[in-house]
Design a protein around this ligand. Structure first.
Ligand SMILES: [Zn+2]
Length: 352
């Protein structure tokens, strides 16, 4: 079914609000990122690992990877400028999420079943970290529109739906940021900002696909393990189902085809912003991924995505997505490599 343009009442509300309230819909620190000139041009990376996610002992989620990634990027990639993530406001979250869900999360009123589906126990720390994960992707998208490439050292919470969280995802950072960037773009340029989501996390971006199912302005591409979570998939604009054990060659071939389809579908009007979910869980060392990509294959994947966007001059907001390595250092190796490729591509944008 072809998607149709439809008025989005929440976006309309944002466009039609008085100038002052539109501007104050941004959080203070996000607004500063918008208005302050950059003194030393660099790739901006927003982090939120200083806000602790309290988990019980033995919990499966590898929360330490965020701090490890932060430390390694700081040490190994000095051209990446690290900045603390701002917090997303209720108004920003309501661009995608039901206000009743946002307040239930904020006030700890989710049912035990809803909390179990998310996979984290509720705590004020979980709420703040989830808000900042969205805030980081918003800030990254704003910076990408200025600088070419910017990113979030976390994010990619693509299993979150408007009315519920799932699979370690509370709010859908990319969906919120996409809608907010479209609103800002329309406010500032009176033009439509087309967005493409290139989701290469090994799990389908089901929440994102559902959010944008009837929205022709946001193209959702998901390449994922056919037999992996979520077991009931949504329809993205382009879904590529991969078999268990998929190796570098077939994966990269499928990626080339998917990207060619993405550009072909946008031959007349290319997207003005790409969100890239560079999930590290397609790596062969991942305990949940079920694919067999090597480090070289993962790096080549990232290179092809960045190169395809750079060639077309399309800004890229990078988010990390999942990564559950048997050795967590391997997940972090993959993510550092993604940032290295981002930096390499960014030099191309900086020269434009
Ligand atoms: Zn994943």
């Amino acid at each position: 079914m072809n998607k149709v343009y439809g008025p989005d009442l929440r976006l309309q509300a944002l466009f039609c609000a008085p100038q002052q309230s539109r501007r104050t819909s941004l959080t203070g620190s996000a607004q500063r990122h918008l208005t302050q000139p950059l003194h030393n041009r660099a790739v901006l990376a927003f982090f939120n690992d200083h806000h602790v996610l309290p988990l019980p002992p033995g919990h499966r989620f590898p929360v330490s990877k965020y701090r490890l990634l932060h430390e390694r990027v700081e040490r190994e990639l000095p051209e990446v400028r690290l900045a603390p993530a701002p917090s997303a406001s209720d108004g920003e979250l309501a661009l995608v999420h039901e206000p009743s869900y946002v307040s239930a999360v904020a006030e700890g009123r989710l049912t035990p079943a809803q909390q179990r589906e998310i996979g984290f126990p509720w705590s004020p720390g979980m709420v703040e970290r989830s808000r900042r994960s969205v805030g980081a992707t918003i800030a990254a998208a704003q910076a990408a529109l200025r600088e070419g490439i910017a990113g979030n050292l976390a994010g990619g919470t693509h299993h979150a739906y408007p009315d519920r969280g799932s699979g370690y995802c509370v709010f859908n950072d990319v969906a919120v940021a996409a809608r907010l960037m479209q609103a800002h773009w329309h406010r500032d340029h009176r033009r439509l900002l087309r967005v493409a989501v290139i989701d290469l996390d090994v799990h389908q971006g089901n929440g994102t696909a559902a959010v944008f199912r009837d929205d022709a302005t946001v193209f959702t591409l998901s390449m994922h393990g056919a037999k992996n979570f979520p077991f009931r998939k949504e329809a993205s604009d382009l879904d590529v189902d991969l078999p268990d054990g998929c190796t570098d060659g077939p994966y990269l071939q499928a990626l080339d085809q998917a990207l060619a389809t993405l550009w072909a579908r946008h031959a007349d009007e290319p997207p003005g912003l790409v969100f890239y979910l560079a999930g590290a869980d397609a790596h062969e060392g991942d305990r949940l991924g079920r694919l067999k990509l090597t480090h070289a294959g993962m790096a080549e994947r990232d290179r092809r995505v960045f190169a395809a966007c750079a060639q077309r001059g399309i800004p890229v907001a990078l988010v990390m997505g999942g990564g559950y390595g048997r050795l967590i250092e391997e997940t972090v190796d993959v993510q550092v490599s993604t940032w290295r490729e981002a930096l390499r591509a960014w030099h191309g944008y900086a020269r434009r």
